[in-house]
Design a protein around this ligand. Structure first.
Ligand code: SF4
Length: 118
Protein backbone atom coordinates (compact mmCIF):
# COMPACT_ATOMS: atom_id res chain seq x y z
CA UNK A 1 0.00 0.00 0.00
CA UNK A 2 1.54 3.30 -1.10
CA UNK A 3 -1.21 5.89 -0.79
CA UNK A 4 -3.58 6.96 1.93
CA UNK A 5 -6.77 8.89 1.26
CA UNK A 6 -8.54 10.53 4.16
CA UNK A 7 -12.04 11.82 3.63
CA UNK A 8 -13.37 14.72 5.66
CA UNK A 9 -17.06 14.59 4.84
CA UNK A 10 -18.15 17.94 6.22
CA UNK A 11 -19.35 21.00 4.37
CA UNK A 12 -20.92 24.24 5.43
CA UNK A 13 -23.71 23.70 2.95
CA UNK A 14 -24.63 20.94 0.52
CA UNK A 15 -24.34 21.64 -3.21
CA UNK A 16 -27.08 19.89 -5.15
CA UNK A 17 -24.74 18.76 -7.96
CA UNK A 18 -22.28 17.04 -5.62
CA UNK A 19 -21.85 13.26 -5.52
CA UNK A 20 -19.23 13.16 -2.77
CA UNK A 21 -20.04 11.74 0.63
CA UNK A 22 -20.71 14.80 2.76
CA UNK A 23 -22.95 16.31 5.36
CA UNK A 24 -23.38 19.54 7.25
CA UNK A 25 -22.20 18.84 10.81
CA UNK A 26 -24.97 19.27 13.38
CA UNK A 27 -22.45 20.40 15.96
CA UNK A 28 -18.81 20.10 16.94
CA UNK A 29 -19.34 16.74 18.63
CA UNK A 30 -20.16 15.18 15.27
CA UNK A 31 -16.74 16.19 13.92
CA UNK A 32 -14.98 15.14 17.12
CA UNK A 33 -16.63 11.74 16.95
CA UNK A 34 -15.69 11.33 13.29
CA UNK A 35 -12.06 12.17 14.04
CA UNK A 36 -12.04 9.69 16.89
CA UNK A 37 -13.27 6.88 14.64
CA UNK A 38 -10.90 7.95 11.90
CA UNK A 39 -8.00 7.55 14.29
CA UNK A 40 -9.24 4.14 15.41
CA UNK A 41 -9.51 2.96 11.81
CA UNK A 42 -6.13 4.39 10.90
CA UNK A 43 -4.47 2.43 13.68
CA UNK A 44 -5.77 -0.81 12.18
CA UNK A 45 -3.47 -0.09 9.22
CA UNK A 46 -0.39 0.60 11.33
CA UNK A 47 1.64 -2.19 9.71
CA UNK A 48 1.44 -0.31 6.40
CA UNK A 49 2.53 3.10 7.72
CA UNK A 50 6.16 2.78 6.54
CA UNK A 51 5.13 1.89 3.00
CA UNK A 52 2.86 4.92 2.57
CA UNK A 53 4.36 7.52 0.21
CA UNK A 54 1.40 9.80 -0.38
CA UNK A 55 -1.36 11.19 1.78
CA UNK A 56 -4.36 13.00 0.32
CA UNK A 57 -6.90 14.71 2.56
CA UNK A 58 -10.07 15.43 0.62
CA UNK A 59 -13.71 16.04 1.21
CA UNK A 60 -16.07 17.50 1.75
CA UNK A 61 -14.23 20.56 2.88
CA UNK A 62 -11.22 19.63 5.03
CA UNK A 63 -10.50 23.27 5.86
CA UNK A 64 -13.96 23.55 7.40
CA UNK A 65 -12.36 21.90 10.44
CA UNK A 66 -11.38 24.44 13.05
CA UNK A 67 -7.79 24.80 14.19
CA UNK A 68 -8.13 22.34 17.08
CA UNK A 69 -9.79 19.74 14.86
CA UNK A 70 -7.05 20.15 12.25
CA UNK A 71 -4.46 19.65 15.01
CA UNK A 72 -6.16 16.37 15.96
CA UNK A 73 -6.17 15.30 12.31
CA UNK A 74 -2.50 16.10 11.71
CA UNK A 75 -1.48 14.58 15.02
CA UNK A 76 -2.84 11.20 13.93
CA UNK A 77 -0.68 11.42 10.77
CA UNK A 78 2.62 12.24 12.45
CA UNK A 79 3.80 8.61 12.49
CA UNK A 80 3.99 8.42 8.70
CA UNK A 81 7.71 8.92 8.12
CA UNK A 82 8.17 8.24 4.40
CA UNK A 83 5.74 10.70 2.84
CA UNK A 84 6.82 12.17 -0.49
CA UNK A 85 3.59 13.95 -1.37
CA UNK A 86 1.14 15.25 1.20
CA UNK A 87 -1.93 16.98 -0.18
CA UNK A 88 -4.93 18.69 1.34
CA UNK A 89 -7.93 20.19 -0.41
CA UNK A 90 -8.36 23.80 0.57
CA UNK A 91 -11.29 26.11 0.20
CA UNK A 92 -9.86 29.63 0.56
CA UNK A 93 -13.09 30.82 2.16
CA UNK A 94 -12.49 28.51 5.11
CA UNK A 95 -8.75 29.08 5.36
CA UNK A 96 -7.20 31.32 8.00
CA UNK A 97 -3.57 32.32 8.43
CA UNK A 98 -3.42 30.12 11.53
CA UNK A 99 -4.74 27.12 9.60
CA UNK A 100 -2.32 27.77 6.71
CA UNK A 101 0.64 27.81 9.11
CA UNK A 102 -0.53 24.61 10.76
CA UNK A 103 -0.93 22.92 7.37
CA UNK A 104 2.62 23.95 6.45
CA UNK A 105 4.01 22.81 9.81
CA UNK A 106 2.26 19.45 9.39
CA UNK A 107 4.37 18.82 6.29
CA UNK A 108 1.76 19.32 3.61
CA UNK A 109 3.59 20.01 0.34
CA UNK A 110 0.71 20.18 -2.11
CA UNK A 111 -2.62 21.95 -1.93
CA UNK A 112 -5.63 21.39 -4.12
CA UNK A 113 -7.43 24.69 -4.05
CA UNK A 114 -11.04 24.97 -5.05
CA UNK A 115 -13.72 27.52 -4.60
CA UNK A 116 -16.78 25.52 -3.82
CA UNK A 117 -20.19 26.79 -2.99
CA UNK A 118 -20.42 27.51 0.67
S1 SF4 B 1 -18.66 22.11 -0.84
FE1 SF4 B 1 -17.76 20.62 -2.27
S2 SF4 B 1 -17.89 18.64 -1.25
FE2 SF4 B 1 -19.27 20.05 -0.18
S3 SF4 B 1 -21.26 19.71 -1.13
FE3 SF4 B 1 -20.31 21.42 -2.21
S4 SF4 B 1 -19.21 20.50 -3.95
FE4 SF4 B 1 -19.71 18.85 -2.49
Amino acid sequence: MRGLYIHIPFCKKICNYCDFTKRVPKDKSMIDEYLLHLKEELLTYKKYFDSIKTIYIGGGTPTLLDIDELKVLFDMLKDFKNIEEFTIEINPETLTKEKALLIKEAGVNRCSIGVKSL
